[in-house]
Design a protein around this ligand. Structure first.
Ligand code: NAP
Length: 284
């Protein structure tokens, strides 16, 4: 029988524990974890993501600041805004919602964030630390997937794991987190040959490509664990994953749904990492 990995339930459980930890930090140290989110332009999906992050942050007792700036903002103005938050002691996490308008260089913006406040884990200092085995701030989506493995006691040691998609925010950091758990990792992408055959050798398959219902049961070994990161809209505007859920559920041992799988865990890890950053600020 296929077991559903319920990301929504796990996220709720973790966020209510987090709310308690936040309350304790307030009571003992007088510190409220602060998260600043900067949203540039009018991308409707980004506005929805940012609203969800703000709501969850407030529910967990955080200080939440959301700055919405127009597309016309210059790179220098955006960097100046980030720098104010770098210096602001009441803010422990800074997130700039991607994608950014074409005239702004994503890399320059990521570099401008203080690595200690880089709760998305995208700063080269943090990606470097992750690859050298001293992780601090982790990219939230792969970190949330690792929490799912822990919660469902899915052992990764020595397992054949295969990731489809090599983005900086999902595929690449996912590979390192799996390696840290002694999994054998194959990282695949759009130029990979014989992908379904390769994928069928995986005990754990993680899909992050952004193509609705791309992965069918032809890609999945009987009993494999399948994690679907994709968030796509079908022709009717319905949210669907990269995995054809009903088809793949016939063979998978565990599977994440979309919605209610990886998405809620991403927000949870963002809050958890902001809390951890606030905690580290106490011991400074
Ligand atoms: P991305 O930056 O667009 O990267 C997509 C990756 O998929 C690339 O590495 C690309 O290969 C690979 N790819 C594309 N078509 C492929 C194919 N036919 N076969 C094999 N590989 C293929 O995507 P992303 O930012 O990682 O996001 C992926 C999906 O996850 C999107 O739907 C996004 O909305 C979703 N997402 C969800 C969350 C969440 O919290 N649930 C978080 C982040 C992203 P090349 O490198 O060769 O081009």
């Amino acid at each position: 029988m296929t077991q559903i990995i319920d990301g929504k339930a796990l996220a709720q459980k973790m966020q209510s524990k987090l709310a308690q930890k936040v309350q304790d930090l307030k009571d003992k140290e007088g510190i409220v974890p602060g998260l600043a989110v900067i949203l540039v332009g009018e991308d409707p999906a980004s506005h929805v993501y940012v609203r969800n992050k703000e709501r969850s942050a407030l529910q967990a007792g955080f200080k939440s600041e959301v700055v919405r700036v127009p597309d016309s903002i210059s790179q220098a103005e955006l960097i100046a805004l980030i720098d104010n938050y770098n210096k602001d002691c009441s803010i422990h996490g800074i997130l700039v919602q991607l994608p950014l308008p074409a005239h702004i260089d994503d890399n320059a913006i990521i570099l401008a964030i203080d690595p200690q406040k880089d709760v998305d884990g995208f700063h080269p200092m943090n990606t470097g630390k992750l690859w050298s085995g001293q992780p601090v701030m982790l990219p939230c989506t792969p970190a949330g997937i690792m929490e799912m493995f822990r919660e469902y006691e899915i052992d990764l040691e020595g397992k054949n794991t295969l990731i489809i998609g090599r983005s900086n925010i999902v595929g690449k950091p996912m590979a390192q987190l799996l390696l840290n758990q002694n999994a054998t990792v194959t990282l695949t992408h759009s130029r990979t040959k014989h992908l379904p055959e390769l994928a069928r050798q995986a005990d754990v398959l993680i899909v992050a490509i952004g193509k609705g219902h791309f992965v069918t049961k032809d890609f999945v070994k009987e009993g494999a664990v399948v994690i679907d990161v994709g968030m796509n809209r079908d022709d009717n505007g319905k949210l669907i994953g990269d995995v054809k859920y009903d088809d793949v559920a016939e063979v998978a041992s565990y599977i994440t749904p979309v919605p209610g799988g990886v998405g809620p865990m991403t927000i949870t890890m963002l809050l958890e990492q902001t809390y951890q950053a606030a905690l580290r600020s106490v011991s400074k």
